[in-house]
Design a protein around this ligand. Structure first.
Ligand SMILES: Nc1ncnc2c1ncn2[C@@H]1O[C@H](COP(=O)(O)OP(=O)(O)OP(=O)(O)O)[C@@H](O)[C@H]1O
Ligand SMILES: [Mg+2]
Length: 263
């Protein structure tokens, strides 16, 4: 059994994240137009939508990698960060501390071993004791079946293995919230399953997650809520069966049809 301790302490079902009115432009290109998102502890939210609709930008804003032009982001027990006026480095750091990202292209350091990649954040950023971080990393690697690879370099691993290391690296930070940005879209089709299985196990252990994905069957099975974005707005949100099988909006219907019948 794959067991990890989800995030930090907190009651299941309490609101963990509230984002309101998120706005973001790059030059004259307005990418997010007032996005609202609420995520409860233990919940899985699937964020879907066409290319360029702003999904990655939403994740980056939640994680403090991108600074929104307006709106607020608040995590349970933390400050409510208001964007638009000046945001202090401390406020951004507090946001960064709440969540961890898993990237489409894994983003592992190529010249560091699997173990070094995983303990980098806990040791360098969180100032945890190295011995403790190593022990924790080894436990997590064991649970995704990769302990034997701990001293290897990323190029020696398959894409599916590298992404499982990417997931362990995020888990090792013990974040309240895991953010996945199309975690399987760079993988060969036969490697997708092993990564989705790990994410599904995490969902069953009540980790709180926002997952950007084009795997609609997976979203239907694992997500508590599906949020469909297009053109920087949330067009529709709700139970996966409703949004993906019986969408209310024409734009959602067209998107789902395109994914189900690409040609
Ligand atoms: N750093 C940036 N600088 C300028 N424009 C950007 C930047 N990041 C994103 N954009 C633009 O913002 C828009 C939304 O991009 P985003 O990556 O959030 O979309 P997405 O929904 O994740 O798309 P995809 O499914 O292709 O990953 C796009 O038009 C993109 O070109
Ligand atoms: Mg994206």
């Amino acid at each position: 059994m794959f067991t990890t301790d989800p995030g930090r302490a907190g009651a299941p079902g309490e609101v963990l994240l509230t984002a309101e009115g998120l706005e973001k432009s790059f030059g004259t290109n307005t990418v997010l137009r007032s996005i609202d998102l609420t995520v409860r502890r233990g919940e899985v939210v699937a964020l879907v939508g066409p290319s360029g609709s702003g999904k990655t930008t939403v994740l980056r804003c939640l994680n403090g990698l991108e600074v929104p032009d307006g709106g607020t982001v608040a995590f349970a027990g933390g400050p409510s960060v208001t964007f638009g006026a000046r945001v202090s480095p401390r406020e951004l750091a507090s946001l960064r501390d709440q969540s961890a990202m898993v990237f489409q292209q894994y983003n592992l350091f190529p010249h560091r071993t699997v173990l070094e990649n995983i303990i980098e954040g806990p040791v360098q950023v969180q100032k945890r004791r190295r011995a403790e971080a190593v022990q924790d990393a080894e436990k997590l690697l064991d649970r995704v079946g990769l302990l034997a690879k701990k001293d290897q370099y990323p190029f020696e691993l398959s894409g599916g293995q590298q992404q499982r290391v990417g997931i362990v690296r995020a888990l090792a930070l013990r974040p309240d919230l895991l953010l996945f940005d199309e975690p399987t879209s760079a993988l060969d089709p036969e490697l997708v399953g092993e990564v989705l299985k790990v994410i599904k196990d995490l969902a069953e252990e009540d980790w709180t997650m926002v997952i950007v994905t084009h795997e609609l069957a997976f979203a239907r099975e694992v997500a508590d809520e599906v949020v469909f974005m297009d053109g920087g707005v949330v067009v529709e949100r709700g139970h996966p069966d409703q949004v993906l099988r019986n969408p209310k909006h024409e734009r959602t219907r067209r998107f789902v049809q395109r994914l189900l019948h690409p040609f």
